[in-house]
Write a protein that binds this ligand. Structure first.
Ligand SMILES: Nc1ncnc2c1ncn2[C@@H]1O[C@H](COP(=O)(O)OP(=O)(O)OP(=O)(O)O)[C@@H](O)[C@H]1O
Ligand SMILES: Nc1ccn([C@H]2C[C@H](O)[C@@H](COP(=O)(O)O)O2)c(=O)n1
Length: 417
């Protein structure tokens, strides 16, 4: 543990630290010596003089263990910390260095709570792969310093906290590929295989994969994917298309995974996204089989997996998404490409009305779409940016019959049906 931390700390002053305030990241850096006048970074602007702050960064070498620990740590801190600790998400990264992101939390200790909080943090650091730092303010209130907790008692090294420029990319973008979005079956399977001992259901999921997959095989009949946020009318449209075109209707994740979906929805993003990625490959094999006999309609596929993953990994406004044309929006080379992807778009108020009138239980991400406007905007924009094939938008606000007629026009024009 100590060796791993020492390696990490070697490039400490090239790291940027980011704390989420009101769903947007605020940045600061650290320097061994302060040059020029101190300027307190705005993360600390609302902290009272007598308060201390702490950061915890998860630094496990094993990403499955690290991600699960990070996921559970929030609950643990929320139950153990005294009220008013202002728990926030935080991360640290080296700008432009892929894979350098460390995730964690930032908290405040109000006067009188210090010893309780320090006991919790000491215990956490001794038993888990976590690096704790404390932050304190100078007498005149002008300067904050950061102290690495694991060595603070023997030989404290204090870093000066300095403001940092907003980086070109949201920090999560650095670790997105093969952590949030998987670009090959092999990468997604690797994650699930590593979970075999902690999540026994993983073996059953992997057992559903066909022994061989051929993404280059060209289906004889067109394959049409219907995408969109929940309650935009995908089920209604896909069922009508099946009947109108004499098509086979499939969905991703496929029916054979439904028993395990809830289990994986409770896991952190790395494992959850790997599950949905594998689901797409199982659906792809079903498509290959059915598309030799009839057209195939698919309810959600790769666009959903990538768009929700990208939009959840970043926070804040749409401008925090990876830029248009970025590598994350590409189609996986080993996944079957549909002939057409139709994206159903709907005014948020009408979507809410349909959700209310349907009255079914919602997943956490669906709840989030309802409450968090920025999240919804990020999902919609990510859908539009994913290519290979890109989505064709279709206004889903007219009557179900009119939407069906419009979809048929698009399919006939594009797929010559
Ligand atoms: N064009 C339409 N006009 C009015 N209501 C519609 C239309 N299409 C679907 N609905 C109604 O809106 C609700 C949501 O539709 P549907 O279940 O097809 O959406 P969905 O996109 O499949 O949702 P989810 O992804 O959550 O399963 C249903 O009650 C459905 O009857
Ligand atoms: N191919 C898919 C299908 C679904 N998901 C995820 C994205 C959302 O969290 C949720 C929505 O599905 P629904 O509730 O409408 O069945 O499932 C995915 O990642 N990939």
């Amino acid at each position: 543990m100590a060796r791993h931390l020492k390696l990490l700390v070697q490039r400490w002053s090239s790291r940027v630290f980011s704390v989420e305030v009101d769903a947007a990241p605020r940045y600061f850096g650290v320097r061994e010596q302060l040059r020029g006048e101190p300027v307190p970074p705005d993360v600390f602007s609302e902290v009272q003089k007598q308060d201390r702050c702490y950061s915890l960064l998860v630094c496990s070498g094993d990403r499955v263990t690290g991600d699960r620990f990070h996921w559970e740590l929030r609950d643990r801190l929320q139950t153990q910390l005294p009220p008013g600790s202002g728990l926030r998400s935080m991360s640290s990264f080296i700008p432009d260095q892929k894979g350098s992101l460390l995730k964690g939390y930032f908290l405040q200790s109000r006067a009188g709570n210090s010893s309780l909080i320090e006991d919790i943090l000491t215990d956490l650091e001794q038993r888990n792969p976590v690096l704790v730092c404390s932050y304190s303010q100078s007498e005149d209130g002008q300067q904050w310093t950061q102290c690495l907790w694991y060595q603070s008692e023997e030989n404290p090294v204090r870093f000066c906290v300095v403001p940092s420029e907003t980086p070109k990319h949201h920090p999560s973008v650095l670790n997105m590929i093969n952590s949030d979005v998987f670009y090959s079956l092999e990468e997604a399977c690797d994650v699930l295989k590593q979970c075999g001992d902690i999540i026994p259901e993983t073996r059953s999921v992997l057992g559903m994969l066909p022994s061989s997959l051929d993404a280059r095989r060209k289906p004889d009949f067109p394959v049409i994917v219907i995408e969109g946020l929940d309650a935009t009318g995908k089920t209604t449209l896909t069922e009508s298309l099946r009947d109108s075109l004499g098509a086979t209707l499939l969905r991703s994740p496929p029916q054979c995974l439904s028993a395990w979906r809830g289990r994986f929805d409770r896991e952190p993003p790395l494992i959850r996204r790997a599950f949905y990625a594998v689901g797409n490959y199982i659906t792809a094999e079903q498509i290959n089989q059915e598309a030799s006999k009839s057209p195939v309609i698919v309810d959600r596929f790769w666009h959903s997996t990538a768009a929700y993953a990208i939009a959840t990994a970043v926070t804040g406004p749409v401008s925090n998404l990876p830029h248009e044309g970025a590598e994350v929006y590409r189609w996986p080379g080993d996944l079957l490409q549909p002939s057409l992807v139709i994206l159903l778009t709907l005014d948020p108020e009408e979507r809410k009305r349909r959700l209310r009138s349907r009255g079914l239980m919602k997943t956490d991400e669906e709840e989030e779409l309802d409450h968090n406007k920025l999240f919804r905007l990020r999902v919609e924009e990510a859908y539009r940016r994913i290519g290979g094939p890109a989505c064709t938008a279709l206004d889903a606000s007219p009557s179900a019959d009119l939407v069906l007629q419009q979809a048929l026009l698009l399919i006939r024009a594009k797929c010559h049906l």
